[in-house]
Design a protein around this ligand. Structure first.
Ligand SMILES: Nc1ncnc2c1ncn2[C@@H]1O[C@H](COP(=O)(O)OP(=O)(O)OP(=O)(O)O)[C@@H](O)[C@H]1O
Length: 248
């Protein structure tokens, strides 16, 4: 279970009335409509809903990949969006705060596992030897250090996903976003990945947010946010601490 504290726990992700529409006039689509939510350190939450309900849009808005149309977003207590992005360099914002894990691991095919992790740190400006050490540590932590010199095509789906998780964690993000991270895995490996994400949430006080249709993992979440037609329809489960927290 997520950690409980006597004082109000501060959310890592706070959305207030966040909306997103695509297009205008008769072709306008309201992908998100005034979504407000808080997600806390140590939580593993799921975003569920029918196809087209806005799950990926919500994930991408939190990850500063998609521009919202309106609302306010705080990440780790910092207002990053308030009607507009508060920082010019969104790439740096993502590098500093967010780790992404995708369905098909998205590893770079012509780089080894080690290089796939290290490249993120190189982009973030780490010294090569420090980046190398950190990448090795992560591969070790995720149980794939022995694959470090292999290429993604030489790995099983579960191993590749572990390398992808190592890459997502490289820069110590506290917010980890997963878009169908278990969809290409069998049920045993899907559960291993979710167990690993839970361990990370607890050990690193991270918030893990996962979009999924994968029924195998529905019981792995502390809370489930149900979306429908771009609205947050209901929330299943309890937030770690409610007193002093404004939403959900
Ligand atoms: N780039 C875009 N341009 C126009 N419309 C978009 C765009 N991205 C998403 N939409 C629309 O926004 C709505 C929400 O899409 P979104 O992909 O967030 O839903 P989803 O719940 O993730 O769906 P799925 O489960 O099928 O992946 C849909 O009507 C979709 O067609």
């Amino acid at each position: 279970m997520p950690p409980h504290a006597s004082s109000p726990l501060r959310s890592l992700v706070e959305l207030r009335e966040v909306s997103k529409h695509f297009g205008s006039g008769p072709t306008r689509v309201d992908a998100l409509q005034q979504v407000s939510l808080d997600i806390y350190p140590g939580e593993v939450v799921g975003l569920l809903g029918p196809s087209g309900s806005g799950k990926s849009t919500l994930l991408n808005v939190i990850g500063a990949i998609t521009d919202p149309s309106d609302g306010r977003i705080r990440l780790e207590q910092e207002v990053v969006y308030d009607g507009r992005w508060q920082k010019g360099d969104l790439r740096r914002l993502r590098l500093e705060k967010i780790g992404f894990i995708f369905q098909f691991h998205n590893l770079i095919p012509f780089l080894t596992c080690l290089e796939n992790v290290q490249v993120v740190l190189d982009l973030a400006g780490w010294k090569p030897e420090v980046a190398h050490r950190r990448a090795m540590e992560l591969l070790d932590y995720l149980g794939v250090a022995d694959r470090r010199n292999q290429y993604p095509a030489q790995l099983s789906g579960g191993q590749a996903q572990r390398v992808a998780i190592a890459r997502a964690l490289a820069n110590h993000p506290h917010i980890i976003l997963g878009d169908e991270p278990t969809a290409s895995l069998d049920s045993v490996r899907a559960r291993q990945v979710m167990d690993l994400l839970r361990q990370l949430a607890q050990e690193q006080e991270a918030a893990i947010i996962v979009v999924t249709h994968d029924e195998k993992i529905f019981d792995c979440f502390d809370r489930i946010f149900h979306l429908r037609d771009g609205r947050l329809e209901s929330v299943e489960g309890k937030a770690p601490v409610r007193e002093g927290n404004a939403a959900t």
